[in-house]
Write a protein that binds this ligand. Structure first.
Ligand code: SF4
Length: 290
């Protein structure tokens, strides 16, 4: 496996920082096209609690985000990361204007788009492929799990085959794909989680983000948690699962993340995950990597 920092140094010649941006889109799993309730774990912010309000112009969002990272980063190169909701869920004319507005900036070296694989029609992948020839474009896909029972439980709203097809088409366009997998979904065994990682690798993902399941206020997952229908992972269990997931990753896969941040004000469980520094230190100590 390749670490995110090593990948960035190789791709951009230096360490770069991500700027969390809001492209002002929604999600077909919320607006009724696919579903209305969203994924069972998804909060009202569409998994983008760390992004600015969509009413803020993107230029202003960039300056604000640069300000936020300025204490830890003195460099001048950034990745523009559209994180909240589904960032290809709009007409291509809207997407082109939005993406080009950030990609034409000298301080932005890469466009990073989080979306659903069912929001990647040929017109959208065509645009991404074109822009990828100008500067690197990454596409992050929320697979979360490949287990069919879990897919139903989390109300993901698309079949595994849709994901496999999207990765294939993005790979053909030379785009770096990053797959999100959630560790600790209700009812999943360690083997289920490892199988999801294996599945993403077999489909051809180039990068992976492993994230701990967070139970957030205002989600249907929180209702199930409070009803006692499942327990969240302990830090020890999480590290053991990570160890097994990493062991099946080929050398060339880029690991973008080994944990995730839940917004503290919404976090119900597991509360140990709120101490990000402690979690990262433990992961580093136990697994020798961040
Ligand atoms: S696809 Fe993403 S934004 Fe949409 S409901 Fe699921 S997690 Fe939330």
């Amino acid at each position: 496996m390749i670490t995110f920092n090593d990948f960035c140094k190789k791709t951009f010649g230096q360490k770069v920082y991500k700027l969390n941006l809001n492209g002002g889109m929604t999600c077909p799993n919320r607006d009724g096209k696919v579903g209305t309730g969203g994924c069972v774990f998804c909060s009202a912010g569409g998994s983008g609690e760390f992004t600015p309000s969509p009413s803020m112009p993107v230029e202003e969002q960039i300056e604000r985000a640069k300000q936020l990272v300025s204490k830890k980063y003195r460099g001048e190169k950034y990745i523009a990361y559209f994180q909240a909701f589904s960032n290809t869920y709009a007409p291509v004319s809207y997407l082109r204007k939005l993406y080009e507005s950030v990609m034409t900036r000298n301080d932005i070296v890469c466009l990073d788009i989080a979306t659903r694989p069912d929001c990647l029609g040929d017109d959208v992948t065509g645009l991404i492929s074109e822009l990828n020839c100008v500067k690197p474009v990454w596409v992050e896909l929320g697979l979360q799990t490949s287990n069919p029972d879990s897919v139903k439980y989390i109300r993901r709203g698309y079949e595994n085959g849709v994901y496999a097809d999207a990765v294939k088409r993005l790979n053909a366009a030379g785009v770096h794909t990053v797959t999100h997998i959630i560790l600790g979904l209700p009812g999943e065994s360690t083997d289920d989680m490892v199988n999801s990682v294996r599945y993403a690798v077999e489909c051809g993902t180039k990068g992976i983000k492993l994230q701990l399941l967070h139970v957030l206020e205002g989600t249907d997952l929180a209702d199930d948690y409070r009803a006692g229908s499942f327990e969240t992972l302990s830090l020890d269990m999480y590290i053991e699962i990570l160890r097994k997931c990493i062991s099946v990753l080929p050398e060339e896969i880029v690991v973008h993340r080994l944990t995730g941040d839940g917004p503290k004000k919404l976090l119900i469980a597991p509360l140990w995950s709120a101490d990000k520094k402690k979690v990262l230190n433990r992961i580093k100590k136990e697994l020798g990597r961040e």
